[in-house]
Design a protein. Structure first.
Length: 482
């Protein structure tokens, strides 16, 4: 599996050779990564996104080298006429200039709430190196931000309930690890992914599959004996899947019987899992039966085709029909798999990486993309990103400025600069951080959004403004290009 600098698109390499051939490969350049629109889940859209994937990107970048094996692979590639696609002098130059420590990267750290058309990653340095970073940066940050955003919406819908990431089997290869990390940043409390959980310093969470009960029954035993076997091995971690035969007539009564046996031996059962049927009505009835048997604190794990809207309906159902609804909502655990790691309804983030300025003769020249599709136009110039807070601490909006501008137009509140320097000469400028640090950022940023931006169905637009300097540079570049 390719993990080095060849983990890229061909056109990054072909452009690099053009830059080299025309003597501009070492020109200082500025690139910006941003996304054009929020994820749109069919008939509704997100009202915010959660930045993620930066830690994984910096880990990958630390191993990026253009060594002999990479140069040999490039040398073997052929053009349409059969000749070498990449010339020897270019490859020699590339081998001498392939240290990505020459780049400066600023970014919004993992866990920050971010919005469309604002720079969330800025890359400055030699034109060739900035160009070669494009694919790997988009590969890591776009996907991770998409999954973190979905997880944040799930957590928001679950209220005081617990969210588990169960999507490893539906992820794309080793991308499952990035999906797990992003989900944990965005709002998932735990994951079933053993390795990724261990690396994050969290316990992996899971129960058992229907096959456990099926195996015992196929061998002449009963559902009850299957439950007892699991409970004997895991008396203090016992969560039983109760819908293999009949949830309310067989599975749940058998689980309660095993729980009573565990309790008499001094153990505390954890709960049950439901993986089929109508989760809202089953959650109410299951809670009633568990409470009636004296297991008021037993968790109810739901894991069938869940997304944020399904979870919101369940919590609403419990709030209207359940007894002591806040306690019942708090005991619910949502195992979300496919619809989390595939970002069901919006499977990609419209994130792009654009050249915004290039330096020549000690002067930065704005780079401007003008197109018939207005949504695909790119703002020129080197820019910064600020967040304006109202006096009550809530986020009033984001402001994009030029790098030498200070935000001054708001009469009240305060501003926060959102881009941090994370990579520079010599490599990483900030140490690898804990998962909890990113999660705390997400909690704080989401808590500072007003309720109208948090609506799961029809969120109000979040203000993103352009400074006077950005607007002036855009207008001048537009006229010059025309």
């Amino acid at each position: 599996m390719t993990r080095g600098v060849l983990f890229t698109d061909l056109y990054q390499m072909t452009m690099a050779q053009v830059y080299f051939r025309y003597g501009i490969a070492d020109h200082q350049a500025s690139f910006e990564h941003y996304f054009r629109s929020y994820p749109h889940y069919g008939d509704h859209r997100a009202g915010y996104c959660v930045s993620a994937g930066l830690g994984a990107l910096l880990d990958r970048l630390a191993t990026f080298r253009i060594g002999d094996s990479e140069l040999s692979a490039l040398a073997s590639m052929r053009s349409g006429s059969g000749g070498a696609l990449f010339q020897k002098d270019f490859l020699n130059w590339l081998g001498d200039h392939g240290d990505f420590g020459g780049l400066l990267i600023q970014a919004t750290p993992d866990g920050r709430v971010v919005h469309p058309n604002t720079p969330i990653t800025v890359v400055r340095g030699p034109l060739v190196l900035g160009q070669l970073l494009e694919t790997v940066l988009l590969n890591h940050r776009n996907f991770a931000t998409l999954i973190a955003t979905k997880a944040a919406r799930l957590k928001q819908a679950a209220q005081s309930g617990t969210v588990l990431e169960f999507g490893m089997r539906r992820s794309a290869g080793m991308g499952a690890n990035l999906a797990t990390e992003a989900a944990l940043v965005g709002g998932a409390d735990y994951s079933s992914n053993v390795g990724a959980s261990h690396q994050a310093g969290l316990p992996a969470k899971g129960t058992h599959a229907h096959s456990l009960v099926q195996a015992f029954m196929a061998l002449g035993e009963s559902e009850l004996e299957a439950f007892r076997a699991f409970a004997r091995i895991y008396p203090d971690d016992c969560v039983l899947l109760v819908d293999t035969v009949d949830t309310l007539q067989s599975g749940l009564p058998n689980a309660i019987r095993v729980f009573e046996e565990l309790r008499r031996k001094g153990h505390r059962p954890v709960g049950i899992r439901l993986d089929s049927g109508d989760p809202a009505s089953l959650a109410v009835e299951t809670a009633r039966m568990l409470d009636g048997a004296g297991f008021e604190d037993a968790a109810i794990v739901l894991s069938d085709r869940l997304d944020e809207l399904a979870i919101a309906r369940i919590t609403d159902h419990l709030a209207r029909r359940g007894e002591d609804p806040q306690r019942q909502i708090g005991r619910l655990v949502y195992g979300v798999g496919t619809r989390l790691v595939t970002s069901h309804g919006s499977p990609s983030l419209d994130g792009v990486y654009k050249l915004t300025a290039i330096r020549q003769d000690r002067e930065w020249r704005p780079a401007f993309k003008l197109t018939d599709d207005v949504a695909k136009s790119a703002l020129p110039g080197r820019k910064s990103l600020w967040r304006h807070y109202r006096p009550d601490g809530t986020a009033a909006g984001d402001l994009v400025t030029l790098v030498d501008e200070e935000p001054t137009h708001q009469p009240s509140g305060s501003y926060e600069h959102l881009l941090e320097e994370v990579w520079g000469t010599g490599g990483r400028l900030t140490p690898a951080e804990s998962l909890e640090a990113a999660r705390q950022r997400r909690r704080e940023d989401v808590s500072r959004l007003r309720q109208e931006h948090l609506d799961l169905l029809e969120p109000a637009p979040y203000p993103v403004l352009l400074s006077q300097g950005v607007r002036t540079m855009r207008d001048r570049a537009f006229k010059a290009t025309r």
